[in-house]
Design a protein around this ligand. Structure first.
Ligand SMILES: Cc1cc2nc3c(=O)[nH]c(=O)nc-3n(C[C@H](O)[C@H](O)[C@H](O)COP(=O)(O)OP(=O)(O)OC[C@H]3O[C@@H](n4cnc5c(N)ncnc54)[C@H](O)[C@@H]3O)c2cc1C
Length: 388
């Protein structure tokens, strides 16, 4: 028998990915009565499909700040909220083959250094020493930050969820939110298949499905789903121990080491320029062919390794590939944090803190006012350049 929903909650969070789970933890820790509703399993949306990359190498100062604050949290995750997340900090290495990109990365690295990020530009020989699979033909330079890396997304969600429960949060899986009611511009309740819950505060953390959740409250969130695919190799003998998360910026092909039960392997992904928006998460042969061509060109030794498995998931994309975070003007106390366009996992810890602060009316730990959704209506979009 499913347990009955609470009749009321101070805050209802829609979505149990990294953003919802982090928000639930930070709010519950602050003493707020939180109910998180997830229509499937926790982390079953984009979070479990992520490559797990965590970094502070961005072009936008808000993303740099969110990335850095989240890196702090990932590094201390075992103490707070608790749990093993398999954090590997071998750095992120961006390979650059275009003079304009080199100039843009030089500007970003200077900004990152000003904000305390230990990133630097490298020549091609240094990049190759760090990431020996790279074929250097055509490369001009690289950017590297040793503190970046990757960790296990599902472990991060379960760590936050367990600690949120321990602080008194209620988390319900297999409970879809079907409606959000308001009166005189204020939220009054959420509806679910299992009944209604009175609340005055809703947080939309519904990832690629946020557009539909926004509509329930009459709020337009310009977030569209875009399929992305990943493959994981068979175990690779003699994989370099310090292999960085390596990104061929011109093609968006990336790879990093991936632990598996049978040995260390390589996880590879790439954007697909032919991909259209939509909720399809099937795997495609065409993608594999396109990926193979790029791998053969940029990291030919990886063409030799067998593919063990793979998956597809959804980026939640906004028009400027930057997140939307804030409180809707149309309806009071509808907060949203979505549209992370490929960097939502790594921002999850800091965004959870920001959401706590917005709910409590405190000054947020990171100023996210530039990510307010109204920027699109005001034509002040804010493109993030360091995305693939
Ligand atoms: C292939 C791939 C690789 C990626 N790699 C990286 C990476 O290396 N680093 C990085 O930072 N990011 C990466 N991302 C992006 C990252 O996965 C997302 O930005 C992040 O997981 C978003 O988290 P979320 O909690 O907002 O959304 P989600 O994890 O999608 O969670 C939203 C949840 O809301 C639930 N939901 C939706 N509607 C309802 C409803 N009506 N009622 C109840 N529940 C609902 C869904 O079931 C879902 O579980 C990658 C994404 C993909 C697809």
């Amino acid at each position: 028998m499913p347990r009955a929903l609470p009749a009321a909650a101070e805050v209802v969070i829609v979505g149990g990915g990294v953003v919802g789970a982090s928000a639930a933890f930070h709010l519950a820790e602050a003493g707020v009565d939180v109910l998180l509703l997830e229509r499937d399993e926790l982390a079953s949306g984009s979070t479990s499909r992520a490559a797990g990359g965590v970094r502070a190498q961005f072009s936008d100062p808000v993303n740099i700040a969110l990335g850095q604050r989240s890196l702090d949290a990932f590094e201390r995750f075992a103490q707070r909220p608790g749990g093993e997340i398999d954090l590997v900090q071998n750095g992120y290495l961006f390979l650059l083959d275009d003079a304009d990109d080199v100039a843009a990365f030089e500007r970003s690295v200077a900004l990152q250094n000003e904000l305390g990020v230990p990133s630097r530009m490298l020549d091609v020989a240094e990049a190759r020493r760090l990431s020996p699979y790279v074929r250097p033909e055509g490369l001009l330079a690289a950017a590297f930050s040793p503190r970046d890396g990757h960790c296990t997304p599902e472990a991060v969600v379960s760590g936050y969820a367990a600690a949120a429960r321990a602080h008194g949060a209620t988390i319900r899986r297999h409970c879809a939110v079907t409606g959000i009611d308001s009166r005189d511009g204020r939220i009054t309740s959420v509806r679910t298949a299992d009944g209604g819950v009175r609340t005055e505060v809703v947080i939309c953390a519904a990832g690629a499905w946020s557009g539909a959740v926004g509509q329930m409250a009459g709020v337009e969130l310009p977030v569209r789903p875009l399929r992305r695919q990943i493959v994981v190799s068979e175990p690779v003998p003699d994989l370099p121990p310090d292999l960085p998360f390596t990104i061929d910026f011109g093609t968006s092909f990336y790879f990093h080491d991936e632990g598996s039960d049978t040995g260390r392997a390589v996880l590879m992904g790439m954007s697909d320029p032919e991909q259209e928006f939509g909720f399809d998460t099937s795997r495609s042969e065409e993608f594999l062919e396109r990926l193979s061509e790029v791998v053969a060109r940029r990291a030919p030794a990886l063409s030799e390794v067998g593919i063990a498995h793979g998956w597809a998931g959804l980026y939640e994309v906004t028009p400027d590939r930057n997140a939307v975070v804030g409180e809707a003007p149309e309806v009071g106390r509808f907060l949203y944090a979505t549209g992370f366009s490929g960097h939502g996992f790594l921002q999850g810890p800091a965004i959870g803190e920001v959401l706590r602060d917005l709910v409590l009316g405190h000054t947020p730990v990171v100023d996210v006012s530039a990510l307010d959704v109204r920027r699109f209506a005001e034509s002040t979009s804010r493109p993030e350049l360091n995305c693939v």
